[in-house]
Design a protein around this ligand. Structure first.
Ligand code: NAD
Length: 440
């Protein structure tokens, strides 16, 4: 039992009123006090040890940083078990000698899971990497892993792009010809809630990936996801790669724009071949719950009122919705047409390819039209509330000029919004209805 005596004796010596001092104690009292102090020393040592152990655990078991909240702890050392390397190598092996070997970051994400499967199905070797953060339902990321990646034979490493030791280890055991970099903190509105997560994944993480990529020999070619959001407040339509992109409307957009500039630097100094793809509002099965088409579906089914944005002076808000399969064709073609990086040993040996290409549908649809398609597909009348679009990062419209994508990638989107949403709604009802009837 802990004795209260030492504490009480300490309290004893504190003046009851500030500025007042207790009368002097006798020498006998101090001898008695010192003896009591000796008996408390082992207890103090014990508590000191507990405190130091806590500090030790905190620093050594913490992940390198926290982006969007993570579940559980993982250190790099956890990965390198005996079977781990074999799983990575097996997953990375292309079916034929001409196949690519691709590291897909953000592989548990919406685009990343589809892209990994598409690459694997056509015979490329694929290793996925994702930190499974909880920006949105982790269960959805895990379901993509079990339903899409595991079934296709894609091994996914639960790790962070900021973990240089892990990246070097992966590049050490596999010669990746390409990196499809899709890991990012996405979403424009969340940037006002957790701004540092955007810097950590979209800037720090990207730099870390480029640092490791430029150092390996041979260097991989890199294809990565930028965003239509870089066009920000640009009002010239359709958005062309030549238009200005120096007026971002959100921190998300600013980090994607920063990514494009950083990519240019690594291309210029180290000879890395880099293609940045500006995706325009990607949607489809296994999509992202933070996107309007997804949460409108959920809210319409739950008979909840949805907020439909309009611009100033009742201007229509519209998006160039691009179906996932069209985006995948663009990504795969970008990988296939990517030229080899020219550097080695961290040194540039010649000019390397540098591209920035829009991937959109080039037929914008208003949010009202989106809602009416969903009403038809869900057979439910939406309860709507029209609200002025808040200044939280969204832009009033997006519209891609895809001339460059046509020329460089042979890109031709073929899915209109109604056809794409039909596939999304079918998946949504299967996934949420199938898990538990009525859990939409
Ligand atoms: N979906 C769209 O409409 C859209 C539009 C423009 C750009 N993009 C970009 O395309 C890419 C893919 O988007 P998405 O819609 O699939 O998003 P997503 O959030 O579903 O996928 C991103 C994945 O990256 C992972 N991730 C995030 N930070 C990480 C880190 N530090 N280390 C490892 N993994 C990390 C997340 O866990 C997530 O699974 C992103 O770069 C996004 O910014 C998407």
């Amino acid at each position: 039992m802990t004795s209260l005596k030492p504490i009480l004796s300490h309290i004893d010596n504190i003046p009851s009123t500030p500025g007042k001092f207790k009368p002097e104690k006798s020498p006998l009292h101090y001898l008695h006090h010192r003896l009591r102090l000796h008996t408390t020393l082992p207890r103090i040592t014990l508590w000191t040890l507990v405190f130091l152990a806590f500090i030790f655990l905190f620093f050594f078991l913490s992940p390198p940083y926290t982006a969007a909240p993570r579940r559980g702890l993982r250190t790099t050392a956890t990965y390198f078990g005996s079977g781990w390397e074999n799983q990575v190598k097996a997953s990375a092996k292309p079916r034929s000698r001409s196949g690519h070997t691709v590291l897909v970051t953000g592989a548990a994400g919406f685009v990343g899971s589809h892209a990994s499967v598409a690459l694997k199905h056509r015979g490329d070797g694929v290793v996925g990497l994702d930190n499974f953060n909880s920006y949105y339902e982790v269960s959805l990321k895990k379901a993509r892993k079990s339903h899409l990646l595991d079934r296709a034979g894609v091994f996914i490493v639960d790790g962070d792009i900021n973990d240089a030791v892990l990246l070097r280890k992966l590049f050490g055991i596999v010669h990746f010809t390409h990196v499809l970099h899709l890991a990012a903190q996405a979403g424009v509105r969340y940037a006002m809630v957790n701004p540092s997560s955007y810097i950590k994944s979209n800037v720090d993480g990207f730099v870390n990936l480029l640092e490791v990529s430029k150092s390996v020999n041979p260097q991989p070619a890199i294809v990565w996801a930028s965003s239509s959001s870089v066009y920000g407040l640009n009002s010239k339509v359709p958005f062309s790669e030549k238009d200005r992109t120096d007026q971002p409307a959100s921190l998300y957009a600013a980090t994607k724009k920063a990514g494009e500039e950083i990519a240019h630097t690594y291309n210029h100094i180290y000879g890395l071949s880099i293609t940045g793809l500006r995706f325009f509002t990607v949607y489809g099965p296994w999509g992202r719950p933070d996107m309007a088409y997804f949460f409108f579906t959920k809210d319409i089914l739950k008979r909840r009122t949805i907020s439909v944005f309009e611009g100033p002076d009742h201007a229509t808000v519209s998006r160039d919705f691009t179906y996932i399969d069209d985006i995948l064709k663009g990504c795969l073609s970008a990988l296939d047409t990517a030229k080899k990086s020219t550097g080695s040993g961290g040194k540039k040996k010649g000019e390397a390819q540098f591209r920035i290409i829009n991937l959109g549908n080039t037929s914008p649809v208003s949010v009202n039209k989106l809602v009416s398609i969903l009403e038809k597909l869900l057979k439910v009348k939406a309860k709507k509330k029209v609200v002025l679009m808040p200044r939280n990062g969204d832009v009033p419209f997006t519209h891609a000029n895809i001339t460059l994508a046509r020329k460089q990638l042979g890109y031709r989107p073929t899915t209109d919004l109604e056809t794409g949403l039909q596939k999304f709604v079918k998946w949504y009802l299967d996934y949420y209805g199938g898990k538990k009837k009525g859990s939409w």
